[in-house]
Design a protein around this ligand. Sequence first.
Ligand SMILES: O=C(CO)COP(=O)(O)O
Length: 247
Amino acid sequence: MANKKLVAGNWKMHGLSADLPEIAAIAAAASSYGNVDVALCLPATLIERAVRAVPGFAIGGQDVHSAEKGAHTGCTSAQMLRDAGAALTIVGHSERREAQHESDAEVKAKAEAGLAAGLGVILCIGESLDVRESGRAVEVVDAQLAASLPAETRDNLAVAYEPIWAIGTGKVPSVGDIGEMHAALRERLVAAYGEAGRGVRILYGGSVKASNAAEIFAVPDVDGALVGGASLKAADFLPIVAAAAVD
Ligand SMILES: O=C(CO)COP(=O)(O)O
């Protein structure tokens, strides 16, 4: 049976209190789609206010530290996100893997910390353009996933395949390439977790828009999307949610 789709927005470093009405508009409309889970991963500074503004709607963070607490200036623990009312968090986004030099081992520790704190976790992986052009994308991303996966899965673990060259560029892999990658990632999840690996949602991310969402969602083993730029406005995001709601 197909997994229920998850459409999550990643607001990255966007969002001030003036944007709370936009979040409320997204949450209000999203609640009418019973067969799709919808979430917004916001800057840490907005989480608590957003949770108060849209009770019951899934608000998430974009990163957590792997430790519960300690001398880590500027970092946020998974418990802190939970305490602010977050339901989930992204870990291992390529922007952090690149700019903050996060390793697979660190991403794995972050994913485990998030799950242990009761957060849903969206674990990101994806290849560079060089790797895609070398023909080694599946091999490299599979190895990245194997090294980043938490030791044990939980119901609220999801994986997001985000080719780095597709993020914010308007470029999207062919549906054939997305399908090939998601099938390989599914095999990896089943190898790691047995049958439970079939229930781990595999999202696609990278230039998802209203115009391409339906064909991406129709690919086998695409269980939703992680959406950047097109998640900032209800008018752009809600058609993507609507496309996920079509069986
Ligand atoms: O990085 C992304 C989501 O995490 C994708 O960003 P865009 O949808 O803006 O390409």
